[in-house]
Each structure stands twice: as C-alpha cells, then as structure tokens.
Design a protein around this ligand. Sequence first.
Ligand SMILES: Cc1cc2nc3c(=O)[nH]c(=O)nc-3n(C[C@H](O)[C@H](O)[C@H](O)COP(=O)(O)OP(=O)(O)OC[C@H]3O[C@@H](n4cnc5c(N)ncnc54)[C@H](O)[C@@H]3O)c2cc1C
Length: 331
Amino acid sequence: MTLITADSGDDYSKPLLSTGFAKGLAPERLAARSALAIAESLNAVVRTHTRVGAIDTRAHALRIGEERLDYGELVLATGAAPIAPFDVPEALAGRVMTVNDLDDYRAFHAAVSDLGRPARVAIVGAGLVGCEFANDLLAGGHRVSLVAPEAAPLPRLLPEPLGRALGEAFRDAGMGLHLGAGVVGLQAEGGDALVCLEGGAAVVADLVLLATGLRPRTSLAEAAGLAVSTAGIHTDRTLATSAPDVYALGDVACVEGVNAMYVQPLQASARALARTLAGTPTAVRYGAGRYWSRRRCCRWWRCPPRRHRHAGASRGRRGISPPWPRPRTDV
Ligand SMILES: Cc1cc2nc3c(=O)[nH]c(=O)nc-3n(C[C@H](O)[C@H](O)[C@H](O)COP(=O)(O)OP(=O)(O)OC[C@H]3O[C@@H](n4cnc5c(N)ncnc54)[C@H](O)[C@@H]3O)c2cc1C
C-alpha cells in the first residue's frame, strides 16, 4: 500500500484544529503521529509533500511529475478546498486566512501569536467550522466577531430557533454577532482589515478567518474522465467511481448523490471500502448522523429521532455524558 499526500503526512484529527486556542495548544501538539510512524504501523509506503498530477485510468497509472506509478486499485481521498466568495485585496495578504488542514492552522496560529496580544478576529461564515473557531478563539481570550448572511448560526445543522439560542449564548459570552447581512468585500485600512457588510456597516479586525464552505477537489478525477459534479466524484455505495478499480471517499466523494463532509460518514466509508478491497464487496451505510459541539459557551447536539435504531446513542446510555465544565447554555 502506498499513501500519497501533498501535505506533511502528519496524523491529526481535523476537528481538533478548532480546539487549540481554548486549550493553549501549540500546533505541533495537534499531530498525533508523524508520517514515518504511520508508515511503520501500517507497513505502508508514505510519500509526503508529493502531489499527484494526473491519473491514466486505462493504463492504471498515476503521474507524479515525470514519474509513473502503477496501481492495481486506486482510492481518491483528496478532500475539499476552501471557497473564498470574494476577492482578497493584496494589502490583506497574510491577514485573511482559511483553516482546512494542519499547515493552515500553523499559519493562522502564528499570525494570532505574532500580534502579541489578544487578537480581533472576524470570522466570515456561521456554519460548523466558523462556529467552532468562534467558540475556540473566544475561549482562548481573543475578541471574535461572527459574520454571516443567515439569521442564526448553524443554518444547515440546527432549526432557526435553536440557532438563535446558540447565537444568544455566543453574545452572552462576549462575541460580536453580525448576522443577516452578507459581506460585500474586504478592505485594508492602516493595520486593520475591514469586513464590509451589505447596508454599509463594517467589522474591524486584525485577522479575517474565512469559513465560507468547501468545494470537493475533483480536478484530478475530472481530467481523468471520471464522472464528477460540483458535489464531488460520483460513486455508488461501494464507493466505486465510474472508472474501473478507482474508488473515492471522504470530502471529495459524492456517494449516491450525497456528499456528507463529516468524520462519521468518512469512517463508515473507510470500513466498507477496506472490506471491498479485501475481496468482499460492501455497501456503505452511514446510519443516522449525530453531531455535537461541547465548547465553552454553549454545547449542542443534533440527534436522530428516537425511533431510529441509532437513537440509543443518546446521552448517558452510551456514556456520552459531558466531562467538561457545565456551559452556560444547552441547546
Ligand atoms: C476546522 C474543522 C473542524 C471540523 N470539525 C468537524 C467535526 O467536529 N465533526 C465532523 O464530523 N467533521 C468535522 N470537520 C470535517 C472533517 O474534518 C472532514 O470531513 C474530514 O477531515 C475530511 O477528510 P478527507 O480525508 O476527505 O480530506 P482531507 O483531510 O482534506 O485530506 C485530503 C488529503 O488529500 C491530499 N491531496 C489533495 N490533492 C492531492 C494531490 N493532487 N496529490 C496528493 N495529495 C493530494 C491533501 O494533501 C490531504 O492530505 C471539520 C473540518 C474542519 C476544517
């Protein structure tokens, strides 16, 4: 088995990226294992800082620069890349950032630390990633403004009344909430970054964190002639793509019309695909999604209905009771 990654290959949990400021963790503490340790434990070749340039599905080969690497079976797990819905002025280079991997987090952490004082951070986007970072930075002692066009945080995960309750908890904890107004652009003003909103208001910040969504990285697959769309590389439930012996999973995969972009479906996919590749074709079943955030100023759960067979995973029965300090609000 050969694992190829464009990044450092460090083994880290992405959801932990939005917990580092509250815990005062340096970025290196978020990496659980090095690429070398992964290679040893999996008895695999791990090629780091290596970008695959092309796939030849007929020849069953990858191109890495001038090199040709043959494969028997290929698994595409190229993830998704952040989307910036507006241009970033040159003058704000290094002050407008996205965090979608450990390297991004290192850069963002360094920019916050370099200020040498609590940072004023404007976060654009109130989805899961924006809210998690807002919570984390606030708990880490920074001044946070959360900006989004929707009326309440987590518009795709929570019904609006619960989103509003979460927003109130954020406000009570000292966060600036600028909801219901889209961003029309960014401007540099002296050492400050201005996030300009519809209606003429602006949020002043040292740093702007864009949490405005992700787009599946489908370009390799598309160039190789695989069936793709803006939702990702199309697969069936065995994660097979339209090309023989090529599979896809994770943020890049659109499995029977759904791209879930969460850890639980990714792990279910990995288990199913492992069985398929070992000789037993296995369809992935996600089960009902259960998401939660157990951050300092508010914790929330989104659970499947009780009648669902996974409803037993409710708090207590599976021991998911909170070991963390009681927050101000539950949703
Ligand atoms: C801050 C943050 C918090 C999150 N919190 C949660 C949470 O609480 N719960 C939850 O369920 N989900 C959460 N998510 C989402 C979850 O982390 C992702 O769904 C998951 O990590 C996606 O994994 P992936 O392997 O598909 O993609 P990635 O982890 O993005 O991996 C993609 C890999 O492909 C490599 N690559 C790309 N192109 C090439 C190429 N051409 N050649 C070689 N290598 C290439 C990259 O280098 C990278 O190693 C969070 C995400 C973020 C960013």
